[in-house]
Ligand binder design. Structure first.
Ligand SMILES: O=c1[nH]cnc2c1ncn2[C@H]1C[C@H](O)[C@@H](CO)O1
Ligand SMILES: [Zn+2]
Length: 354
């Protein structure tokens, strides 16, 4: 008899998250304590439950630009090394407690330099925090880092340089985040050309607040190996007629880092029922389930699994497939991906299905 898909079993299932923002996953209590110690002004409340609700309600705007406003408070308290170590360590521990066995966590170092930290100091502090968090959770989780440039700011090359500089110290790739509409991915094309010349990896947020053309720029101009969200690729599919761009994304196995709760909050999809994850999975796309921002979306990996299970009737076979596909899309060497799948993921799901 397979184990019922209870919240507890979903927590126990080994999970891989490709898309989780460090500055979108703080514990409310940590935001409050860091605001107090750093003198960050303007938190709407100092009650942790109310603060968690405030972040979620603020993010429920139907607009990516409004959604992003809440990050002023999280980034506001992440301006010194001790705060970055703490937040990174807690992120690793919280994901491990939820059954995540491998996480790629992303953030934009340029957002942590308001009080004088250098980009390098910010990156090194976060790496130290991830190592501490892995150790504190008994090494049940491994964390790889993605560094984001912010699309609305210039200077993506500086961040690409950091990705290459720290590639042997746990930084596994690059991304661009922030407002998609009006800031196309090929705005600073040389940064991506440089990363490709360096054989470095990158994903790109695309197909969230803008349509297929934005995805096309990310894939065909920049060379994105994965897509952050990518939900609006569904607009290139009419009555199961798969358009040329959608067919390319599917046939190249470009992973779609989908984030169901966040996708509704930002208006990328109108409702959960209209989320294309099942339609795309049925058509053979490499879909994955992710958190995006655990604080703003008040969510977890096991919770997001629960959301799509309840909505679409997915079973263990589907969750196993999503997890293997996510593991295979990690910016990790082939032997490590293979070991993760064979030694951790497959036995975990075999137990749950037995
Ligand atoms: O879903 C998102 N789309 C675009 N940008 C996002 C999303 N979630 C978070 N961000 C931004 C806000 C953060 O400050 C930044 C780096 O983590 O990335
Ligand atoms: Zn994101």
């Amino acid at each position: 008899m397979p184990t019922p898909l209870s919240p507890e079993a979903l927590r126990r299932a080994p999970k891989v998250v490709l898309h989780d923002h460090l500055d979108g996953g703080l514990r409310p209590q940590t935001v409050i304590e860091l605001a107090e110690s750093s003198g960050h002004q303007g938190l709407p409340t100092t009650d942790p439950v109310e603060l968690g609700n405030w972040f979620r309600d603020n993010a429920n705007s139907g607009s990516l630009v409004r959604y992003l406003e809440g990050f002023a408070h999280t980034c506001g308290v992440m301006q010194d090394e001790a705060a970055l170590v703490r937040v990174a360590s807690e992120a690793a521990q919280d994901l491990a407690a939820d059954g995540v066995v491998y996480a790629e966590i992303r953030y934009a170092p340029e957002l942590f330099t308001e009080k004088g930290l250098s980009l390098e100091q910010a990156v090194e502090a976060v790496q130290e925090g991830f190592r501490q968090g892995e150790a504190a959770s008994g090494n049940r989780i491994k964390v790889g880092t993605l560094l984001c440039a912010m699309r609305q700011n210039d200077g993506w090359q500086r961040i690409a340089d950091l990705v290459v500089k720290y590639r042997d110290q746990g930084v596994v790739g690059f991304d661009i985040a922030g407002p998609e509409l009006g800031f196309p991915a090929d705005r600073e094309l040389p940064a991506f050309e440089y990363l490709r010349e360096q054989n470095a990896h990158f994903t790109i947020h695309a197909g969230e607040a803008d349509g297929p053309e934005s995805i096309w720029r990310a894939v065909q101009h920049c060379g994105a190996e994965r897509l952050g969200h990518g939900v609006r690729i569904a607009e290139d599919i009419k009555d199961d007629q798969v358009g040329h761009l959608a067919a390319y994304v599917r046939d190249r196995r470009i992973a779609l880092e989908m984030c169901p709760t966040s996708n509704i909050q930002t208006g990328a999809v109108a409702s959960l029922a209209e989320h294309p994850i099942k339609r795309l999975a049925d058509l053979g796309f490499r879909v994955t389930v992710n958190t995006d921002n655990r604080l703003m979306s008040d969510c977890s990996m096991s919770g997001e699994f629960g959301v799509v299970v309840d909505q679409f009737g997915f079973g263990w076979d589907d969750l196993h497939r999503f997890t293997v596909d996510a593991a295979d899309a990690l910016f990790l060497p082939l032997d490590e991906r293979k070991a993760l799948i064979e030694n951790v993921i497959n036995p975990g799901y075999a137990d749950l299905k037995a």
